[in-house]
Design a protein around this ligand. Structure first.
Ligand code: PHB
Length: 395
């Protein structure tokens, strides 16, 4: 059994990038079909990071994609860097006049899915893209399989791969599903969610001789914390008591408020940028185009920045038959992507302890941290990058 649907833009992936793109396109009167291999429940319940740049919040709220991002997010005007037993506040508001917002990604996804369904979006869960065909033609197509194993062909004027780090669309764009600039890290994060009050008003990024820890939050009663671990760590290998010991010894100076741990996961780190972001009428955005380690909190923000650039290009192409903004899309998107890649790599390497770090490396790292916190320019660079560079065409 095969079925064919025709639309203007076929979007693979109902993550933040794909859903926001469909939302902005609909606003411009451009119809799309969005597919995702996961169920709605899986998408809405997968725990991801939680920091939104001001620009991201602006796009989500002004487009009507999410009101809760304004009413339910908590505004953070700084973070703390902690090392060598001392804490140093990076005051975003004073340094760059901006802030970030703590609002978990799966809440953004709930808002986006609700908004898209209310807007009549053709949004299909449980549909797995197999490949993209005809990238070099005016009628590219997505060949997919639905939950019952039937083939679905989506014919479109443009195809967008917003299908995450294991992108199927990537092969049609860069000639290989894995082709890209790539870096791995010799450590990962052990993440927990626990029922406890916050241990600190702001996020703490802590470098300690035992490794890195991040004390983050979710609400007044639920907290998110991470500590550096070996990438092969089995999440079940630690008792709750051991987890609290590991976390606590990495944040000397703060007594962590403990409570039942109800979720644990190990997050592997990668830095990746696909060799190509555009081929003919197929483009890659979000994690399909790039992956960053989570230390800089850039993943979802970068996806939103891609969407802002691509949406304008698609409007020009499909409403005015002007392909120039599309031709400029890769360079424009990559400009920000590589800045974010650098920032994410820098925060990661500055704060983690590499397993093979020598005494020289360790002392140099403390010198680097001191160079940042003791200089207004150093703090301002961190604040500028963390809160996010202005979005293309938006302020
Ligand atoms: C989180 O709250 O999950 C979080 C916050 C900041 C990061 C990464 C993750 O850099």
């Amino acid at each position: 059994m095969t079925a064919t649907v025709t639309t203007r833009v076929a979007i693979i992936g109902a993550g933040p990038a794909g859903l926001l793109l469909s939302h902005l396109l609909a606003d411009a009167g451009i119809e799309s079909v969005v597919i995702d291999q996961r169920t709605r429940e899986e998408i809405e319940n997968t725990i991801r990071a939680g920091i939104l740049e001001e620009g991201t919040v602006g796009v989500l709220s002004s487009s009507g994609a999410s009101d809760r991002v304004v009413t339910a997010a908590s505004r953070h005007e700084g973070i703390e860097l902690r090392f060598a037993g001392e804490g140093y506040r990076i005051d975003f508001a004073a340094l760059v006049g901006r802030a970030v917002y703590l609002y978990p990604q799966h809440e953004v996804l709930k808002d986006l899915i609700r908004a898209r369904l209310a807007g009549g979006q053709d949004l299909r869960f449980g549909v797995t893209a197999q490949r993209v065909e005809g990238a070099g033609t005016d009628r590219p197509a997505v060949i997919a399989t639905d939950a019952e194993g039937r083939t679905l062909t989506i014919e479109a004027e443009f195809v967008v791969g917003a299908d995450g780090s294991r992108s199927v669309a990537r092969a049609a764009v860069s000639g290989s599903s894995t082709g890209g600039y790539f870096r791995e890290y010799p450590f990962a994060w052990f993440g927990i969610l626990c029922e406890a009050p916050p241990s600190s008003e702001e996020l703490i990024y802590s470098n300690s001789p035992d490794g890195f820890a991040l004390i983050s939050q979710r609400s007044a009663t639920v907290q998110r914390m991470y500590f550096q671990c070996d990438p092969d760590t089995d999440p079940a290998a630690y008792s709750e008591e051991q987890l609290w010991d590991e976390l606590q010894k990495r944040v000397p100076g703060t007594t962590l408020a403990q409570g039942p741990i109800f979720q644990r996961d190990v997050l592997r780190f990668r830095s990746f940028v696909a060799h190509e972001l555009l081929k003919g009428r197929v483009a890659l955005i979000g994690d399909a185009a790039h992956t960053v380690p989570p230390t800089g909190a850039k993943g979802m923000n970068l996806a939103v920045a891609d969407v802002v650039v691509l949406e304008k290009a698609l409007r020009a192409l499909l409403l005015e038959d002007d392909s120039r903004p599309l031709e400029a899309f890769p360079e424009k998107a990559l400009h920000r992507i590589w800045k974010a890649q650098h920032f994410s790599w820098w925060m990661t390497s500055m704060l983690h302890v590499a397993p093979d770090a020598s005494d020289f490396d360790r002392r140099r790292q403390l010198g680097e941290l001191r160079s940042v916190v003791e200089s207004e320019h150093g703090r301002a660079y961190l604040a500028e990058a963390y809160t996010g560079w202005p979005l293309e065409g938006l302020t």
